[in-house]
Design a protein. Structure first.
Length: 563
């Protein structure tokens, strides 16, 4: 029995099985991204390293003991998984290979490798500084390119192939001779930043490179170094989701995420092109407000110089104030909802595309919502981003019009007829809100876009207009897309002063702070309608992603506001 002074050895997690057999006897090592340090750590539980790579570099690899990393859920430590260990071993081998020339200089070299330095040849013609995307226009010319080392391959002692990345593309660069033997070359690792001068040309027949081009360097400089193994020594695509989110700033360097945000930019551009083609005017409403739009329980409250204020839930009310002067308007802005929802489509901060249109009917509003989804999707497919979208989501097909229109009452019947129940095994009744899960289940079964219309007054917001043929229902709509659910929420707005006051009373809202909104019904009211489209949900749908966090730069969730 161990004495009280002896710390018990950590046990392998259940299911480790043969996975732990690759480790040898000896004191275990610990690595923690959140608590460790590669500078001051020693690999113990009390002073862990930051990365597993430093654990391996600190020992004789042939006698590798068990290695523990940040634990899942409530566990403080977990034995490193087989896949994670395999990925770090790749980085370890690269680090050793890169360091090998220093340890074993060849007798053929005229001097010590660490003493070799290179200079730019002043007789060469001036270089043209270009982004990688512009190199195809510079064939046969001397250029200067700068970027990050995305990959590196050493061929012998005097040849290094570097794939350079600068955000505009990828380019193969070839370092030769003494360029490969400088101290900077021997320590060159992934994600280092470099400047490379040389002539750009086509790769030799039978060889391949990004874009079929290659720069043979005549000079290069190290701009910024990177730890051995690059970012993969800390996080990669097989890492746990929480670690990936903690290290989002590093994950953003990976090609899948880079493609996602390149497409996000292009799709946002297509939304703007759609609106401008239709004659809309873009406006920028405030996001610090003193009024609610979608219910007080989901407001983020703050102190605004001694006054109560909120982060906006929607810019709708402000858009309504400018339609008398600008006509059809839209905005692309951030909105905030303090909801406690933990679904794969909810965010606390999201990008909201909102539009308001004067002098429209409900049917015209519904037609415009179909148009925006189909037109934007088609614009993306026809644009320069279409090829990338097909690579990211090969199954995507532009939906066809008209969308299926189902009343709220018929949706309640559908849920009952298809045995879609609540968690307590009871059916949804008329007058109850239809939550996200059954709504999405219905849409996925129909397998095409659905426009859910005419919701009861009691479950919709104060500003929604009532149906002329049934004052208990609103001229409202939720546009549902397969795999995601609700992407757009819209309605005709109540244009009657008394009806709007009734809505304030029903919701228990003091109308005084809304004087400016009520004035729209006093000074030339008109029938009008609008909507809010969640760009992040639209992207989740069109890119075929499972979770909304995959399409957001730095997702803000109920338990995350970092980094």
């Amino acid at each position: 029995m161990a004495s009280k002074s002896e710390a018990p050895e950590p046990k392998s997690p259940p299911g480790a099985g043969k996975d732990s057999s690759r480790f040898k006897e000896g004191p275990p090592l610990y690595a923690s991204v959140s608590k460790g340090s590669d500078t001051d750590g020693n690999g113990t539980k009390q002073k862990p390293f930051k990365t597993v790579l430093h654990c391996l570099l600190s020992i004789d690899i042939e006698q590798c003991p068990e290695i523990y990393v940040d634990g899942r859920e409530k566990a403080e430590w977990d034995l490193i998984s087989k896949n994670a260990f395999k990925n770090v071993m790749k980085a370890y081998r690269k680090a050793k290979l890169e360091a090998e020339p220093k340890a074993k200089p060849t007798t053929a070299l005229p001097q010590k490798q660490s003493d070799i330095y290179i200079k730019m040849d002043p007789t060469l013609p001036p270089a043209i500084s270009v982004k990688i995307r512009g190199t195809s226009k510079c064939i046969g010319k001397r250029i200067k390119v700068q970027g990050w080392v995305d990959s590196k391959r050493q061929q012998g002692k005097n040849m290094i192939f570097v794939i350079l990345r600068d955000g505009s593309g990828f380019l193969q660069c070839l370092l030769i001779g003494n360029q490969c033997l400088t101290p900077e070359a021997l320590a060159l690792s992934l994600e280092s930043t470099v400047s490379i001068w040389g002539e750009v040309g086509y790769v030799k027949e039978g060889q391949s490179a990004p874009g079929g081009l290659e720069v043979v360097a005549d000079y290069w400089e190290l701009v910024g170094s990177s730890p051995s193994g690059g970012t993969e020594a800390i996080v990669n695509e097989t890492s746990k989701v929480e670690l990936q989110l903690d290290q989002r700033h590093l994950m953003l360097r990976t090609e899948p995420l880079a493609n996602t945000f390149r497409l996000r930019s292009g799709i946002t551009q297509c939304f703007r092109e759609h609106y401008f083609a239709k004659g809309y005017v873009e406006v920028t409403p405030p996001t610090l407000v003193q009024t609610q739009v979608e219910g007080g329980s989901t407001l983020f409250k703050l102190n605004y110089f001694g006054q109560p204020a909120y982060l906006t839930q929607s810019s709708q009310l402000y858009l309504e104030t400018v339609i008398p002067s600008l006509g059809d308007v839209f905005c692309i802005s951030q909105s905030y909802r303090a909801e406690g929802s933990h679904t794969r489509r909810h965010l606390s901060e999201y990008t909201h595309i909102e539009g308001e249109c004067p002098f429209v009917t409900f049917d015209e509003l519904l037609d415009s919502l179909e148009d925006i989804i189909v037109d934007v999707a088609q614009r993306v497919m026809d644009s320069s981003f279409g090829k990338l979208l097909r690579e990211v989501n090969p199954k995507f097909v532009v939906p066809k019009r008209p969308f299926k229109r189902i009343t709220y009452a018929d949706a309640i019947k559908y849920l009952r007829e298809h045995d879609i129940k609540k968690d307590d095994d009871t059916y949804y009744e008329y007058g109850e809100d239809i939550p996200e899960k059954p709504e999405r289940t219905m849409t996925d079964q129909i397998d095409s876009p659905v426009m859910l219309i005419r919701f009861p007054v009691n479950i919709k917001s104060f500003y929604m207009a009532k149906c002329a043929d049934n004052p208990d229902e609103t001229e409202s709509v939720d546009v549902l897309l397969p795999g995601v659910g609700e992407v757009i929420g819209g309605s005709m707005r109540s244009s009657k002063y008394d009806e709007l006051l009734e809505g304030f009373k029903r919701e228990g809202i003091d109308p005084k702070p809304y004087y400016w909104y009520l004035d729209q019904r006093k000074f030339g009211t008109c029938p009008h309608g609008g909507y809010g489209l969640g760009l992040d949900r639209f992207l989740t749908w069109i890119l075929g992603k499972f979770h909304i966090r995959e399409v957001v730069l730095y997702p803000r969730l109920t338990d995350r506001c970092t980094p």
